[in-house]
Design a protein around this ligand. Structure first.
Ligand SMILES: Cc1cc2nc3c(=O)[nH]c(=O)nc-3n(C[C@H](O)[C@H](O)[C@H](O)COP(=O)(O)OP(=O)(O)OC[C@H]3O[C@@H](n4cnc5c(N)ncnc54)[C@H](O)[C@@H]3O)c2cc1C
Length: 357
């Protein structure tokens, strides 16, 4: 698609369970900033069924306009429905930039829309900025996160980037802001949809790929044995986290290679990273330093991991892990679920450990 006169910086909104996902608010905050710098408007595109109630919140978080498309056929994500609808809307309104969250939906949908529009897409971006001549500069990791490159899309429009969760902070809502809601006509029939959602099967978070998990519990050499590593797995299971490992833990055969985090393993940026018996050598830290919060459990107060930890627990894992597991199990039994804050409180207050600030 050629450059359009309308311009505008758009965000395609991820939502679930009747709430806008954090990633959508992060990307919207970024869209607002870019729109202000370019002198353009910011818009959010909301697709779903009965989701109109989310529009005011999007206005408060930076959208000038909310394009609202509602239909029972849009209730669950279906690329057959979402792709033509979005491509048509973008073709008609001609935004200059479209931002996506690099979520499961964004990763599937954004390339489909890009192909329909004949434009480019930089996926998995860690940052977006503007060049001196107002082009979107999209920064994304390459070579397994060992380097990053800047991508621009000088000709085709819109310029499209999918941002990793946690890459940019969300804006604080401003209750005085209001968005104009533009209802988008949905011209779809169920016979147009080749795909049908039969059922949703939830993968246990502990089996998730470490790069996709929002919470990661990692074990290192300090865990001591394959048997003890099962305790790390139990802790991860109770926290709804994916299991990761340092290289020595993988070399010892306690965890498979695909769970290794670090220079020669994977790069992760979860909401919470719990490092158990990991010293924090740079080869490991490069793979997890973008985590939003880090909890480190180590018996050595001088361990370098403590330099990047938000919560530092000094103690022996052999005492701490069973005690933590017991407490979290009880918390789950009592409440059915455990929020991050409760988990952190439990980690911080485990009797065998000493929390240092
Ligand atoms: C080219 C190259 C690539 C590499 N790539 C990677 C990579 O991708 N990922 C990676 O992790 N490493 C990688 N490494 C290895 C890296 O240099 C470190 O050796 C490794 O990260 C250390 O792992 P660790 O922290 O588990 O072990 P250690 O450094 O041995 O640390 C163990 C920690 O456990 C603590 N501890 C011990 N016992 C207990 C206990 N009972 N309770 C509490 N704490 C305890 C100790 O105080 C210590 O801090 C690479 C190295 C090279 C040269």
């Amino acid at each position: 698609m050629r450059p359009g006169p309308t311009g505008g910086v758009w965000v395609v909104v991820d939502h679930s369970g009747g709430e806008v996902d954090d990633i959508a608010l992060e990307v919207l905050g970024q869209a607002r900033e870019l729109a202000d710098r370019l002198g353009l408007s910011a818009a959010a595109v909301l697709l779903g069924d009965g989701v109109g109630g989310l529009a005011p919140g999007l206005g408060q978080c930076g959208a000038d306009t909310v394009y609202l498309a509602e239909s029972p056929l849009l209730a669950a994500y279906n690329p057959d429905a979402y792709t033509p609808l979005l491509a048509d809307l973008i073709r008609r309104q001609r935004p200059s930039i479209v931002l996506w969250g690099a979520t499961d939906q964004g990763r599937d949908l954004a390339p489909r829309v890009a192909v329909r529009l004949g434009t480019g897409l930089a996926s998995n971006c860690t940052r977006v900025d503007l060049s001196e001549d107002g082009l979107l500069v999209m920064t994304r990791p390459v070579y397994g996160g060992k380097a990053s490159c800047n991508v621009v899309c000088p000709q085709a429009r819109p310029q499209m980037a999918a941002l990793q969760p946690g890459a940019v902070p969300a804006r604080r809502p401003d209750p005085s802001r209001q968005a104009q809601v533009v209802v988008v006509e949905v011209d779809l029939a169920s016979q147009d949809l080749r795909l049908r959602l039969e059922k949703v099967i939830r993968i246990p978070p502990s089996a998730l790929d470490v790069t996709e998990a929002e919470v990661v519990v990692a074990g290192g050499r300090g865990v001591g044995s394959a048997e003890n590593f099962r305790l790390v797995e139990q802790l991860a299971h109770l926290m709804g986290a994916a299991v990761a490992a340092s290289r020595p833990a993988v070399d010892a055969g306690w965890a498979p290679y695909e769970r290794q985090v670090g220079l020669s393993g994977k790069t992760v940026a979860p909401r919470l990273y719990v490092a158990c018996g990991i010293s924090g050598v740079n080869h490991h830290v490069v793979g997890m330093r973008d985590s939003r919060a880090v909890v480190a459990i180590n018996r050595d107060l001088q361990a370098p991991i403590f330099q990047i930890a938000d919560l530092k627990i000094v103690g022996d894992l052999h005492e701490l892990l069973p005690s933590l597991i017991e407490r979290l199990r009880r918390l789950r039994q009592e409440r059915g679920t455990a929020e991050d804050e409760e988990i952190l409180r439990t980690l911080a207050n485990v009797p065998a450990g000493r929390q240092v600030s």
